[in-house]
Write a protein that binds this ligand. Structure first.
Ligand code: ASP
Ligand code: MG
Length: 418
């Protein structure tokens, strides 16, 4: 008998039929004799609606009340799912985060879990009752409701699995698993059976929507085995494990792309020490995260262009910050390019096989695709291309790295909506 945390995302509890379907999934594992702890999201669309209510009420909502409103969607689902289980003659009861409690810091709307008191849940399990817990919410040190940020129910599920020492955390989503690339763009993309936390972390931060980034980090530090399933089909899903548990190490694991970047070029930056530090420091202070930096200071010229990418949604803050800096730093014209796409090749093989980087440049040059910027990390190479070439680049790289269909040595990653 194993202790399993089962988490149902918004689309898996989107209406009463879906909630009954989730109850059947729970009943199935229950009949096999497992102990279950269930975590739920709000019904699909509900959180968005609640946020709209808040914003329609005031342009400057206080975060404490924002959290009271947006955390209410999960309360509805936990009650409904507990009722659906009781209807199947299965003992179940709902829990809100404050009742357990799941304690967090005081950072409303993006709270972090500090600790989880497990005694009430353990007592409940001992009585043969399935706890159905509202995800996404916590209790602040001053006794107020907090929430974890969008997609935060994954965090609740993984944190509970870690605190209770569960043997598995099963996340039911509207996707059948993690893919080597977005199947809408790469028809030969395949579902992965297993991927490592490290790789999925790169993929999650690269724009994949499927798993909450902080939930993966938590799973990785507490070694919680996570599986991603679709709640609408019978499939083995994708298992996320430690790198050392993957016996056959595939070289490259997946190709991702995002269109949400903006590239900013400052045409004439003085090559004096401290200037770039001042620019990036000011952007960081304004809450703008800089992703790739492209700086060609050729033959130590006095003035050279400095380019970098940021999230498109941060563009207004970035422009306002640069406007202010321009008075003291005079870095020439500011050119904003919103037509770029970022493509990333992810794989643990990049650590040890330098030739894999060459494949990328060769493939794109054969296709005549210009590379507008490059950034690398241990297990990832990201490049910037014109967005009109993004899909061609993804498909070409997918086959260049032999990820296509049956010819691939071993499947890879990318999380995608089914
Ligand atoms: N309901 C919250 C959201 O939509 C949390 C979650 O679904 O994980 O972001
Ligand atoms: Mg959701």
């Amino acid at each position: 008998m194993a202790l399993i945390v089962q988490k149902f995302g918004g689309t898996s509890v989107a209406d009463i039929d879906c909630i009954q379907n989730a109850a059947r999934r729970i009943a199935f594992e229950h009949k096999r004799g497992h102990q279950l702890v269930v975590v739920v999201s709000a019904m699909a669309g509900v959180t968005d609606q609640l946020i709209q209510y808040v914003n329609a009420t005031t342009p400057h909502p206080r975060a404490e009340e924002y959290d009271v409103v947006v955390s209410s969607g999960e309360q509805v689902t936990s009650g409904l799912l507990a009722l659906a289980l009781q209807n199947f003659e299965i003992s179940a009861r709902s829990f809100q985060a404050w009742q357990i409690p799941i304690r967090t810091d005081h950072l409303h709307a993006k709270a972090r879990v500090n600790d989880i008191c497990t005694s009430l849940l353990e007592e409940t399990l001992q009585q043969g009752i399935i706890p159905v817990i509202s995800g996404f919410q916590g209790l602040s040190p001053s006794g107020r409701m907090t929430t974890f940020g969008r997609g935060g129910s994954d965090i609740t599920a993984v944190a509970l699995a870690a605190a209770l020492g569960a043997s598995r955390c099963d996340l039911y989503k509207d996707v059948s698993g993690i893919y080597t690339a977005d199947p809408r763009i790469v028809p030969t993309a395949r579902k992965l059976d297993r991927v490592s936390y490290e790789e999925i972390l790169e993929l999650a931060s690269l724009g994949s929507q499927v798993l909450q980034h902080r939930a993966i980090e938590l799973a990785m530090s507490y070694r919680v085995p996570v599986r991603v399933f679709s709640s609408f089909e019978e499939s083995t899903g994708t298992e996320i494990v430690h790198e050392d548990e993957i016996m056959e190490k595939a070289l490259i694991h997946g190709i991702t792309h995002t269109h949400s970047e903006a590239k900013i070029t400052l045409t004439q930056v003085t090559s004096q020490p401290g200037v770039t530090a001042e620019i990036f420091g000011a952007l960081a202070d304004a809450g703008v995260t800089v992703d790739m930096i492209i700086h060609n200071n050729l033959e130590s010229r006095d003035l050279s262009p400095l380019a970098f990418t940021i999230a498109r949604m941060d563009l207004p803050q970035a422009q306002a910050t640069l406007q202010k800096l321009k008075i003291s730093l005079d870095f020439g014209d500011t050119i904003v390019d919103q037509m770029t796409a970022k493509i990333s090749v992810v794989g643990i093989g990049l650590r040890t096989h330098p030739h894999l980087t060459g494949t990328l440049f060769r493939t794109l040059s054969q296709r005549g695709i210009e590379i507008l910027g490059v950034a690398t990390s241990e297990i990832k190479i990201s490049i910037l291309v014109h967005q009109d070439f993004a899909e061609l680049a993804v498909r070409s790289l997918h086959s260049a790295y032999q990820l296509d269909g049956e010819t691939a040595e071993k499947p890879m990653l990318y999380a995608v909506k089914a």
